[in-house]
Write a protein that binds this ligand. Structure first.
Ligand code: IMP
Ligand code: MG
Length: 388
């Protein structure tokens, strides 16, 4: 297909089922590397490999069940809990022996310490963090006292035993520039974690994660040399959020929300927390697209909306209109909705080809000014349709 590099990240508050897209793309045979460029063990990417469910947290989302699969690279912009990486790799090793040899960890990445996790749990309940020490580790970086993976190789480092164990497992330690030639010959998927509205700078601050989840994060990881052909923003046909912070289109009827959540399986992959659910918010989606440089959208989990007579989408805020210039607006935005006909009664039975479904897609495209490139309607490898 002649595509070289693509980026994938969430266009809302995370959990947009990015992993399913990443796994499908990486299975297409066209990609040699999947690079995790931001964050740490706060992300939980759920994917099904050979029919079995796996959660990737630090290990990039790759289907290891395939005899040829891309390699994984954990970039220098990440914060890495080495013990958790060991646990995650050993569990993949159980099913896919030798798999660690296809994973690289950048020696310029910073580590997350037990103290970071302790402080995160103690201090950040009001934000609703994952407790994985992310903000504390990034604070140390900004305060110029962080510890890099490379430092753990110093004789006498208390982390030497764990890097040694990781090395014995087969994990590769590298610098991205050492591999530059290899990367330039490769096609790379830059796999984002969290999402645009959780980005430290462009998200709903302070209810955000502590890193750049959008394209800027790719540069932070030292991949400024990699040209991108597509920047895919992933969004569900509705919105979810875990943790605290503004969410204008959140369902207000608790019974309805709970039924929706159960049906959609909206519980956190890392923490098991119930996710807050709500209707698609076109205004904040447009903000995310424009601010983060998304070139097209991929819509996920549209089957969750299959049985609705009408589907709502927010097209304007009473107090801001159809456009916002800062994510801060979300804290008091009052949504106005359009109601669209659902596609459940489509007489042709080809529901995703129905006028109703196509209208839903068109609305999103017209509003955001970018194309919807694909949509998914299940977890199976074939439950995706690319739109030409
Ligand atoms: P932290 O990243 O653990 O510091 O958490 C900051 C905020 O980001 C909290 O609201 C978390 O719930 C949210 N968050 C972090 N990682 C994820 C994720 O992978 N999916 C969804 N939300 C996340
Ligand atoms: Mg997740």
């Amino acid at each position: 297909m002649g595509i070289k590099n693509v980026a994938i990240f969430g266009a809302a508050f995370g959990d947009e089922a990015k992993a399913a897209i990443c796994a499908r793309l990486s299975n297409s045979g066209g990609f040699n590397f999947v690079v995790k460029y931001t964050s740490g063990a706060n992300s939980g990417h759920t994917a099904y490999h050979a029919g079995k469910k796996y959660v990737h947290s630090l290990v990039p989302t790759i289907d290891f069940s395939r005899s040829t699969h891309p390699s994984g690279y954990i970039g220098s912009g990440c914060v890495v809990d080495l013990e958790q990486l060991y646990t995650e790799l050993t569990s993949f090793e159980n099913d896919f022996h030798g798999v660690s040899r296809s994973i690289y960890l950048d020696k310029d990445a910073f580590i997350v310490t037990p103290e970071h996790k302790r402080l995160d749990k103690e201090k950040n309940a009001h934000i609703g963090t994952t407790g994985k020490g992310i903000g504390e580790a990034y604070s140390d970086i900004v305060n110029r006292r962080g510890m890099r993976v490379a430092d753990c190789f110093e004789p006498g480092s208390e982390y030497y035993p764990i890097v040694n164990k990781l090395e014995s497992l087969g994990l590769n330690f590298a610098y991205s520039l050492q591999m530059r030639e290899k990367f330039e010959k490769s096609s790379i998927i830059f796999e984002g974690s969290q999402a645009a509205l959780l980005d430290l700078n462009i998200g709903t601050y302070p209810f955000v994660t502590s890193s750049n989840t959008v394209m800027a994060g790719i540069h932070v990881s030292g991949f400024g040399f990699a040209k991108l052909d597509h920047v895919y923003g992933i969004t569900k046909g509705y919105v979810t959020r875990v943790g605290n912070g503004p969410f204008p289109t959140e369902f207000t009827d608790e019974a309805f929300a709970s039924e929706f959540r159960n049906k959609a399986g909206e519980f956190g992959a890392v923490t098991g927390r119930p996710r807050r659910c709500g209707w698609l918010d076109l205004v904040s989606l447009k903000y995310a697209v424009q601010k983060s440089g998304i070139t097209s959208l991929i819509l996920t989990k549209v089957d969750v909306l299959d049985n609705f007579d009408t589907i709502k989408a927010c097209y304007s805020y009473e107090n801001y209109g159809q456009e916002i210039y800062s994510a801060s607006a979300l804290k008091d935005a009052v949504p106005k909705y359009i109601e669209l006909n659902g596609w459940k009664n489509d007489p042709s039975f080809d529901k995703y080809n129905s006028v109703e479904f196509r209208t839903f897609i068109k609305r999103i495209e017209n509003f955001t000014d970018v194309k919807v490139s694909a949509f998914t309607y299940g977890v199976g490898p074939n439950d995706i349709k690319w739109i030409d």
